[in-house]
Each structure stands twice: as structure tokens, then as C-alpha cells.
Design a protein around this ligand. Structure first.
Ligand SMILES: Nc1ncnc2c1ncn2[C@@H]1O[C@H](COP(=O)(O)OP(=O)(O)O)[C@@H](O)[C@H]1O
Ligand SMILES: [Mg+2]
Length: 367
């Protein structure tokens, strides 16, 4: 005689108990209401077939399984899609992305990193822009080479450190002027090593400086890495462009589902060094604001176009390190907004784990 307890045990055994909403056993009939992992028809069919097979094998033919499989609620879909392997010790992984190159993504990354560090967080930067690595220059660490250290009996890469920020870049491995020709799989492998075979230690934030655009590297990163959220950098000229929207769409598409924490508008206005209170909106005002509203994401900050930003970047000392300066203040506000957005995100969603996808047709840009 089949008992409810026996069926309950069995559902646990085959690891579907979390999908079962309720069930009843009446003689040889077993009624089960379940929620599928995804609303896709084939998922439901697959689940049904697997259940029938499992019950027949366990209880024989006389037991009749009466299954009702329903689609998950949208919020449940989201939770189920976020899967994968976390990186121990790293709390928040923020991907910094842009639709186009040259908008100041690396500059923003470097300045956010030192700002967060000054705020008391432990911060790492992973330069994933393998085509144009600029982290070594921006942190004045071009001559450094990562050494190997032993952690728990395993050889690990020790990140380079400057201004209290840990960093790794492909730029530390190849000769500085040597053009590196990377194909997707190679690049993805190198990045994975810098992520997982490195002694990052405990980090509050790992900022990933992504290459511009929405190509293969992005896909391999967001497939492999438990990205907590993405920050999009744009300039006013590019803000209205399809590139930015495409960049955002890449993170928000259903199979990826990485929350976009917000938009940083770089070179938003011009401020001459000698007139620090003046703002000239050369490329127009509020474009980012309008677009952000349109897309339902917050603007985290407006960074002015100022000469010292470029100069500081060139000499390898991010401008936000200049205590008491206006620009340091702007970066601090931006970092705070990012954290607010992150806290909001962490409240509403489970910890992001790597997204598992196999192909993503229609999402890469051909140059
Ligand atoms: N707000 C800014 N004001 C002045 N120059 C800037 C600013 N942001 C970036 N730059 C300069 O613009 C150039 C491109 O910036 P970079 O961060 O390398 O862009 P990306 O990483 O998007 O390709 C660099 O020379 C940098 O110093
Ligand atoms: Mg760059």
C-alpha cells in the first residue's frame, strides 16, 4: 500500500520536492501539482516524462501518476535562471561596460576603484579588455609582473597592488607593445584564470573592465562569472545611440538577466580648470537622464570632461585620489549611488551566480 510519507520521501530522493506545490495519494493514484523550472513547453514535457519514468521504475505500473505541471511566476523564472559557481571571498562583481570604445570606461573603472577603496572597501579590478588593456597604465604598474603564491597547497596568481587596489590584466603578461591576437576561447580561458586561479583574497568589490561592445568576450564573461550587476558608461554623444541600448539589452535579455545598476555619463559637461564652477554642456544636457528614464535604470553620476582626468590617467594616478578635489567628490557621490542601487538589487534578487547559456544568436556585434 502506497503511503503519503513514502511518496514524499521519494520526491525528495529524486530532488523535485522543491517543485511540488502539493500532492495527494488515493489508493494507487498519486496526484501531484508541480511548477516547472521555466515556462517553456519543452521543460514541462521533459519534467512530465522524467516524473512518469521515475514513478514507474520505483513503484511499478499499477501506480497511476496524475500530474499537473504549471508555469512558474515571472519572479520564480528569474530566480531559477540565475545559476552557477560563485567565487569564494568575492562579495560583489560589477561589470563595467560601454557600447563604444573611447568613452572613458577604463578611466571610470579606475576612479571608482580608488574611490571605493578610500570609502573603506576592499577592491579588485580585473581588466577584461584584452584588446586594449589599460589598467597597468592607469595604475602606474606597467613594469610589474604577477608572481605565483601558494594558497591552500595550490599555486595562484598574486594580483598586482597599487593605491590599495588589487588588479590583474592581460597587459601584465604580454609585452606592453606586443599586439595580442586573441580568439574568443583563448580570451575566455585567460580571463577565467585571472578570475579563479588568482589569490584575490576577500573583496567587497571586483570591478571588471569589459571590452567595448557586445561581442564574444562579454558573452563568455557573463556565462562564467557570477556578475552581481552591470554599470554602463556612455558619453553624451553616444548616449542616444543604439550601441548603449544594445549594451543594456545584452545584460537584461531573458537568458542572461544581470541587473543593470545604472548609467554613468562620462564627459557629461566641460569644466575648465580655471573656472571649476562652470559647466558647459557641449554635447547637450540630460540625454542620459532621458534615456535612463526610458530604460528604467538610474543615472549614477555625471562626470565632467576635465583635463586633469586625462593627465592623471596618463601618469597612472587616478584623479579621484586627489583629496578634497571637486572630481573626487563627484566620484564619491557616483560610487554611493552605485552602492545604493546594488543594495536595492541585493534586496530584490538572490545572489547572482553565473548564467548558463550555450548560444546567443543576435547579440554580438560584427565590426
Ligand atoms: N572625464 C574625462 N575627462 C577628460 N578626459 C577623459 C575623461 N574620461 C576619459 N578621458 C580620456 O579619454 C581617453 C579614453 O578613455 P578610456 O578610459 O581609455 O576609454 P575606454 O576604456 O572607454 O576606451 C583617455 O585618454 C582618458 O584619459
Ligand atoms: Mg578601456
Amino acid at each position: 500500500m502506497l503511503t503519503k510519507t513514502r511518496v514524499q520521501e521519494f520526491l525528495k530522493e529524486i530532488e523535485v520536492d522543491d517543485l511540488v506545490q502539493n500532492f495527494q495519494v488515493m489508493g494507487d493514484d498519486v496526484y501531484i501539482d508541480m511548477i516547472a523550472h521555466s515556462p517553456a513547453m519543452h521543460e514541462k514535457k521533459k519534467l512530465e516524462a522524467a516524473m512518469k519514468q521515475a514513478f514507474a521504475t520505483e513503484f511499478g505500473d499499477q501506480v497511476v501518476l496524475k500530474l499537473k505541471i504549471t508555469s512558474p511566476e515571472p519572479s520564480q523564472v528569474q530566480q531559477n535562471q540565475i545559476k552557477g559557481k560563485e567565487i569564494p571571498g568575492i562579495q560583489n562583481i560589477i561589470a563595467i561596460a560601454s557600447g563604444k570604445g573611447g568613452v572613458g570606461k577604463s578611466t571610470v573603472t579606475a576612479n571608482l576603484a580608488v574611490t571605493l577603496q578610500k570609502m573603506g572597501f576592499s577592491v579588485g579590478v580585473l581588466d577584461a579588455d584584452i584588446y586594449g588593456p589599460s589598467v597597468p597604465t592607469m595604475f602606474d604598474t606597467e613594469a610589474e609582473k604577477p608572481i605565483s603564491v601558494e594558497v591552500d597547497g595550490k599555486n595562484m596568481m598574486k594580483p598586482i597592488e597599487n593605491y590599495g587596489v588589487k588588479m590583474l590584466s592581460i597587459g601584465y603578461f604580454s609585452g606592453a607593445n606586443q599586439a595580442v591576437v586573441w580568439r574568443g576561447p583563448m580570451a575566455s580561458k585567460a580571463l577565467n584564470q585571472m578570475l579563479r586561479d588568482a589569490a584575490w583574497g576577500n573583496l567587497d568589490f571586483l570591478l571588471i573592465d569589459l571590452p567595448p561592445g557586445t561581442g564574444d568576450i562579454h558573452l563568455s564573461i557573463i556565462q562564467e562569472v557570477p556578475v552581481t550587476g552591470a554599470v554602463i558608461v556612455s558619453t553624451p554623444q553616444h548616449v542616444a545611440l543604439a550601441d548603449v541600448k544594445k549594451g543594456i539589452a545584452m545584460f537584461t535579455m531573458e537568458s542572461i538577466n544581470i541587473p543593470v545598476l545604472g548609467l554613468i555619463e562620462n564627459m557629461a559637461y566641460f569644466t575648465p580648470e580655471e573656472l571649476p564652477e562652470n559647466k558647459y554642456y557641449i554635447f547637450g544636457k540630460q540625454g542620459a537622464q532621458f534615456m535612463a528614464e526610458d530604460l528604467g535604470i538610474p543615472v549614477l553620476g555625471e562626470i565632467p570632461l576635465i583635463q586633469s582626468i586625462r593627465e592623471a590617467g596618463d601618469v597612472g594616478r587616478p584623479v579621484a585620489l586627489q583629496e578634497g578635489s571637486k572630481i573626487a567628490e563627484i566620484y564619491k557621490e557616483t560610487a554611493q549611488k552605485m552602492i545604493e542601487s546594488l543594495v536595492e538589487r541585493n534586496k530584490n534578487l538572490p545572489p547572482t551566480e553565473a548564467v548558463k547559456i550555450t548560444t546567443m544568436a543576435g547579440c554580438s556585434t560584427k565590426k
